[in-house]
Design a protein around this ligand. Structure first.
Ligand SMILES: *[C@@H]1O[C@H](CO)[C@@H](O)[C@H](O)[C@H]1NC(C)=O
Ligand SMILES: *[C@@H]1O[C@H](CO)[C@@H](O)[C@H](O)[C@H]1NC(C)=O
Ligand SMILES: *[C@@H]1O[C@H](CO)[C@@H](O)[C@H](O)[C@H]1NC(C)=O
Length: 353
């Protein structure tokens, strides 16, 4: 009996060992699959330019327990639906302040985030998102962190190309790059799209030295000779926007339709502008944050642009719309304009440097 038991115990521990090894292999495979810094691709469609719609400052979830909050979110859905149906973009960028988080308890933040994504998802259009200062802003309730919001988005949406970014930059989360690839099947890059987390909410409104270092390292690795154009997206304008801001009327070389408030820039500058200025491949930076500004102005060898307030949430009642980017390959060109909720189009500008 005792011998029998010892034998059984031996078999049992062998089985335990085998399952432990198997589990370790599974865990290792999952870790490999979840590599945060893999370079993901989107392809230009054969025979047509690649069009991107920027949805900025939607501010979903304000006053969700009253009548006006949910109603303004319906209006924001209508803005996005109208722009998507008029412009038929290939890709959408959610440029931060997707929700106003300080009014929202934990389970509801992702719910509102999801509502904001729905017009794009319903039309089968892929997208990417970056965080603004309101997405995890000072919580009146138990807050939802940037990581939780991003995990929720990417875990449930196969059209999302958003990423959590390198771990060493957390809690700064939406830092990643996407490759826009040629339609000709070569897989060769037409442009690199960089997304950076300009902070705010639970931490300072800056692009840090570490993020700049990540941008430097990544761009030098994947585009060492600056041959491929680079387009940059984040939420809060950098301090450099102050130096190009029109005073009063928007005159050439700036192009836009509203200049109704002061630039509300990041708290500090930790080198990202110097890094961008050192690369002839950088074409333009696109930000949201200021609802009353929609201009593009040249800065050194590239452009600094605002998007257009897309949401009925957030301050200001300027008519809603979205900035559109149109990228053509061979030869490369980057054109932009603003497309309004009612279908009107204005402020067209060519941005390639
Ligand atoms: C959170 O969502 C639930 C339903 O999903 C709703 O009943 C509740 O009122 C919401 N709370 C807030 C503060 O929005
Ligand atoms: C993507 O998700 C949708 C619904 O969530 C599903 O219908 C579709 O089959 C999925 N597509 C792929 C390629 O996994
Ligand atoms: C990034 O690159 C620029 C240009 O080469 C350089 O001046 C700057 O010091 C670098 N910054 C960091 C943080 O690596």
């Amino acid at each position: 009996m005792a011998g029998q038991n010892r034998k059984l115990a031996k078999i049992f521990s062998l089985l335990l060992l085998i399952s432990a090894v198997a589990a370790a292999v599974v865990v290792a495979a999952a870790v490999v699959a979840a590599q945060p810094d893999e370079l993901r691709n989107i392809r230009v469609r054969q025979g047509s330019p690649f069009k991107i719609a920027l949805f900025a400052d939607l501010h979903f979830g304000e006053d969700a327990w009253t009548g006006w909050g949910p109603l303004q979110d319906v209006h924001s859905i209508n803005v996005m639906s109208s722009v998507l149906d008029h412009e038929k973009p290939d890709f959408v960028v959610y440029l931060g302040d997707v929700i106003t988080a300080n009014n929202i308890p934990i389970a509801n933040a992702s719910l509102h985030w999801d509502q904001a994504l729905s017009p794009t998802r319903d039309r089968g259009i892929p997208w990417a998102s970056v965080f603004g200062n309101h997405d995890d802003a000072h919580f009146d309730f138990m807050g939802t962190t940037r990581l939780q919001l991003m995990d929720h988005e990417t875990g449930r949406n196969n059209l999302s190309l958003s990423q959590n970014g390198p771990r060493n930059l957390w809690p700064s989360v939406s830092n990643y790059v996407l490759q826009l690839s040629s339609s000709d099947n070569s897989g060769s890059p037409v442009a690199f799209l960089y997304f950076l987390d300009s902070g705010g909410g639970s931490y300072p409104e800056v692009i840090s030295y570490a993020q700049t270092n990540w941008f430097n390292t990544t761009s030098q690795k994947i585009n060492p000779d600056s041959r491929v154009p680079e387009i940059i997206f984040w939420h809060i304008p950098s301090i450099a926007y102050n130096s190009v801001a029109p005073s009063g009327m928007i005159n050439k070389p700036c192009v836009g339709s509203i200049n109704n408030e002061k630039v509300a820039p990041q708290d500090a500058e930790h080198g990202i502008m110097k890094a961008l200025e050192s690369r002839p491949s950088v074409q333009a930076v696109f930000v949201g944050h200021n609802h009353g500004l929609d201009w593009c102005c040249p800065h050194k060898k590239f452009w600094l642009c605002f998007a257009r307030h897309s949401g009925y949430g957030g301050y200001g009642s300027w008519a809603r719309g979205a900035r559109i980017l149109e990228i053509t390959e061979n030869p490369f060109s980057l054109k932009s304009w603003i497309s309004m909720e009612d279908g009107a189009v204005h402020s067209e500008v060519v941005l390639n440097s």
